[in-house]
Design a protein around this ligand. Structure first.
Ligand code: HC0
Ligand code: SF4
Length: 570
């Protein structure tokens, strides 16, 4: 143990403790900008500097450890002055048009500048490159990048994709796409984890709100919206609502006031995905000698982009089932247009997703099959929806809860857990059991697949058939899992992969809460909703049963194939 003194508190801490962690133990919070625990402890921003008695130079507290007898000042006049100058220098390279920045009010640089009382920019701004404003779903603004390296570290250490790198040297140092190529040409999965870990507005999603507003203002259009499972866990975070207040029904009320005609649930088509994907899996399992295993889930477009670029020979092992988002789009512009008796071209279909890659998915020609333009016209992230609701001056805390519309506002608990890592697998196993045995299992029989571990595996026995499953979230874990399959180290029948750590609950389009990884907490909301739902099985959703009776026939029917399946190699 080491005895030290911080801001007049004497404390004993284990050897090797950083000054920042030691301060935390005394409830002293040292400001920091580039720091991310365990990932980025490089002292690049020099905002976390502290003074040590007897030493001339200030030291960064995130990557210097305590020494016996050290007397530390975290906020002395010398520290405050240095911190201020360091932030002013960062601002000298930064586009400080906060009023028009997407991260205004949720920008760490803005908060720190305000907290330090910086009200003027004494150093001249030297801006280098053009803004990145092409139509790609991931947008980078070079003028807002502060070279903290967080995006590089998340992409390298968590996602193992290495899209970002340091370019140039000295004062020309920049963060850019590795290999000096455009982002569109890179193997970016569009998981959006670089966005959720950027402390400023240098990285963000393409903003598609205007297209939605135009459709809402068009009297010719019937505008419907689907809400993804994981959005109900997080949409209230920016509004300061408690999780129990920020329900999907309160979000439905807000969206109705924005002007949407019909409010539906992506979880409805998550049930449909289970019917199709579960039936496909059982069919392939029965034909095991002619099929290549494992079968992989196919609903995460970040994972699809990853597998296509990193392991193209495995694309054939993906389930042919489209994602719930795209199934919804296809059903909306066919079956629902029929129910409403309107021309499908008059339907404008919007989805709200915790995801950036879903914007890309909606544009892929192979998953657009309803025949009237795009099946999903616009994808908004959870963050865009927050901005949309704010722009309409809706006070969400005063709204009542309102029901979603029928028939696609009805979903099982199995569908809602899609938003958590392991949820798709658990939902599929619940219905696979029924398909094989004709009986329902205990709805919680497969709960072994829950939890935040990046790579989980289980074996289940369904009526004498042994099914080996695995689940990975985060692309670094996905890479490890695939390499183990290739080397023969492991063998599975069915594998679920989600690109974002923790699954969609931790998605790249979710609210950004500095320094907090909320996937686990958000997933608990989904498991709570599943438990409360009277319908725990996809095959018992009455709207699904009716949709098959009235329109699709049965799972894997010709109509289902036409609308709900696709060859992922396209
Ligand atoms: Fe997900 Fe989905 S669970 S990928 O994370 O399957 O985005 O929430 O909407 O499509 O349902 C995202 C979340 C979805 C889809 C569903 C799946
Ligand atoms: Fe999108 Fe979910 Fe996949 Fe992340 S895990 S890329 S949020 S679908």
């Amino acid at each position: 143990m080491v005895n030290i003194n911080i801001d007049k508190y004497s404390i004993e801490v284990p050897e090797g403790t950083t000054i920042m962690d030691a301060a935390k133990k005394c409830h002293i919070s040292i400001p920091k900008l580039c720091y991310m625990e365990g990932l980025n402890e490089i002292g690049a921003c020099r905002v976390c500097v502290v003074e040590i008695e007897g030493r001339e130079r200030l030291v960064t507290s995130c990557n210097n450890v305590v020494e016996e007898g050290m007397v530390i000042y975290t906020n002395s006049p010398k520290v405050r002055e240095a911190r201020k100058v360091n932030v002013e220098l960062i601002l000298s390279q930064h586009d400080s048009n906060c009023a028009t920045c997407v991260r205004s009010r949720n920008c760490l640089l803005q908060t720190i500048s305000n907290d330090l009382g910086i009200i003027d920019l004494p150093y001249k701004k030297k801006l280098s490159k053009e803004k990145w404003t092409e139509g790609f779903p991931l947008v980078r603004d070079y003028e807002k990048c502060i070279k903290c390296m967080r995006c590089i570290q998340v992409c390298d250490k968590i996602q193992d994709l290495h899209i970002w790198d340091v370019a140039g040297t000295g004062s020309r140092t920049d963060v850019d796409v590795s290999g000096n190529i455009r982002i569109e040409e890179s193997n970016c999965s569009l998981c959006g984890q670089c966005i959720t870990h950027c402390p400023t507005g240098a990285l963000r999603e393409r903003d598609d709100i205007d297209q939605v507003m135009q459709a809402l203002a068009d009297p010719e259009k019937t505008v419907l919206v689907q809400i993804a499972p994981a959005v109900r866990t997080s949409w209230g975070e920016y509004f300061g609502l408690k999780r129990e207040q920020a329900t999907v029904k309160r979000l439905a009320a807000a969206l109705r006031r924005v002007g949407f005609d019909y409010i539906f649930d992506t979880s409805f088509t998550a049930d449909l995905t289970i019917m199709e994907e579960g039936s496909e899996f059982i069919k392939r399992l029965k034909n095991k000698e002619n099929e290549k295993f494992p079968i992989f889930t196919s609903c995460c477009p970040g994972w699809i982009r990853f597998v296509k670029s990193q392991h193209p020979d495995m694309v054939k092992q993906l389930s042919t089932a489209k994602s719930p988002q795209q199934m919804f789009g296809a059903i909306a512009k066919t079956y629902y247009a029929k129910l409403l008796n309107i021309d499908p071209s008059k339907i404008f279909s919007v989805s709200i997703m915790p995801c950036v890659a879903k914007k890309y998915e909606a544009e892929v020609p192979a998953v657009n099959s309803a025949g009237s333009g795009r099946d999903v016209d616009v994808v908004l992230t959870t963050r865009e929806v927050e901005r949309l609701i704010r722009s309409e001056n809706i006070q969400v805390e005063h709204l009542p809860e309102e029901e979603l519309d029928t028939p696609f506002g009805i979903a099982s608990g199995a569908a809602v857990i899609f938003g958590a890592t392991g949820g798709v697998m658990e939902a599929a196993l619940r219905s696979a059991y029924y398909l094989v045995t004709g009986k329902n299992p205990d709805p919680d029989a497969f709960k072994d697949v829950r939890g935040m571990d990046g790579w989980k595996e289980s074996v289940f026995n369904i009526d004498g058939i042994e099914i080996k499953v695995a689940i990975a979230s985060g692309l670094g874990n996905a890479r490890k899992l695939i390499e183990a399959i290739r080397s023969g180290e492991v063998e599975y029948d069915f594998v679920e992969i989600m690109a974002c750590p923790g699954g969609c609950a931790g998605g790249g389009g979710q609210p950004i809460c500095e320094g907090q990884e909320l996937a686990c907490e958000r997933s608990e909301v989904l498991y709570g909703l599943d438990k409360l739902n009277e319908i725990r099985f996809s095959h018992e959703n009455p709207s699904i049963i009716k949709c098959y009776e009235d329109y699709l026939g049965e799972p894997l029917s010709e109509k289902s194939h036409e609308l709900l399946h696709t060859d992922k190699s396209e």
